[in-house]
Design a protein around this ligand. Structure first.
Ligand SMILES: Nc1nc2c(ncn2[C@@H]2O[C@H](COP(=O)(O)OP(=O)(O)O)[C@@H](O)[C@H]2O)c(=O)[nH]1
Ligand SMILES: [Mg+2]
Length: 243
């Protein structure tokens, strides 16, 4: 198998209790064995005031401090810093099935996909998502499907497996949680994208978001984004000028 590099991008904000298990659940040697890929782990830290950065560094991750807040901003900083041909995102709270990365890489290659998102509802551990969150997610997902004519079951999942090439071709607008729906709209409307069954485990440590506030912001964003979706794909000149 051809050699290459996989970048796992992990945004963190005070995740000292989850970062170690998250990083150790990434099957580094299996990825090397099966695909010949090396691995880089990039932690984008929102200036945590706990031990997150120290633990991440000890675990071999490259740590970048992104002082300006926002999950979306952290993801974008991670995408720019990544050197891999394939980029993967997971939370630092051990809630996503990082142990299944090789299975998803297989699919990306086999089907020559640009983007995979992981459906957490396919394997939800008891207590992993509150009733309010489930309802909110369903409302947001249905709204996304209706507004953008896409078919997806989990619009808020934060585990993505993508070609770097896909990221190089798109312009992401949101600096906050709505980036999750934005990236999926772009991928499913304009690229070869698939949603695969995953798992969702009870998070380690506390969530950083207020559900009602984020839910409302994400819903509004779905309507607002209609006006700027035309800017989502970069022109060929823009892509080459940045690479
Ligand atoms: N760098 C950075 N990371 C963040 C920020 N907000 C959340 N995160 C991280 O992004 C991931 C998703 O946030 P999380 O609280 O788990 O949201 P949830 O999964 O929707 O409950 C986690 O790893 C957080 O630590 C932020 O403002 N900056
Ligand atoms: Mg999380």
């Amino acid at each position: 198998m051809a050699s290459g590099l996989v970048s796992v991008i992990i945004p963190t904000l005070n995740e000292q209790s989850g970062i170690e298990t998250t990083i150790s659940s990434i099957p580094k040697s299996k990825i090397k064995e099966k695909f010949g890929y090396d691995l880089e782990i990039i932690v984008i830290d929102g200036n945590s005031d706990d031990l997150t950065r120290d633990i991440a560094e000890k675990m071999g991750a490259k740590v970048i401090i992104e002082k300006d807040r926002g999950y979306g901003r952290a993801c974008k900083t991670g995408f720019s810093a990544a050197n891999g041909d394939i980029l993967i995102t997971v939370d630092a709270d051990n809630s996503y099935p990082a142990d299944r990365i090789t299975e998803y890489l297989d699919k990306l290659k086999e089907k020559d996909l640009d983007f995979i998102t992981i459906n957490r509802f396919a394997g939800m551990e008891k207590g992993a998502m509150s009733f309010t969150r489930r309802v909110g997610n369903k409302i947001l997902t249905l709204t996304m499907c209706l507004l953008y004519s896409v078919q997806i079951r989990d619009s808020q999942s934060g585990m993505w497996i993508m070609k770097k090439d896909f990221i190089s071709k798109i312009r992401l607008n949101s600096d906050d949680m709505p980036i999750s729906e934005e990236i999926k709209v772009i991928a499913f409307k304009f690229f070869k994208a698939l949603e695969l069954d995953g798992k969702y485990y009870r998070r380690v440590g506390k969530s950083k978001l207020s559900i009602i506030k984020v839910g409302w912001k994400n819903l509004k964003y779905l309507f607002e984004y209609k006006k700027i979706i035309k800017f989502a794909i970069k022109s060929p000149a823009e892509i080459t000028s940045r690479t």
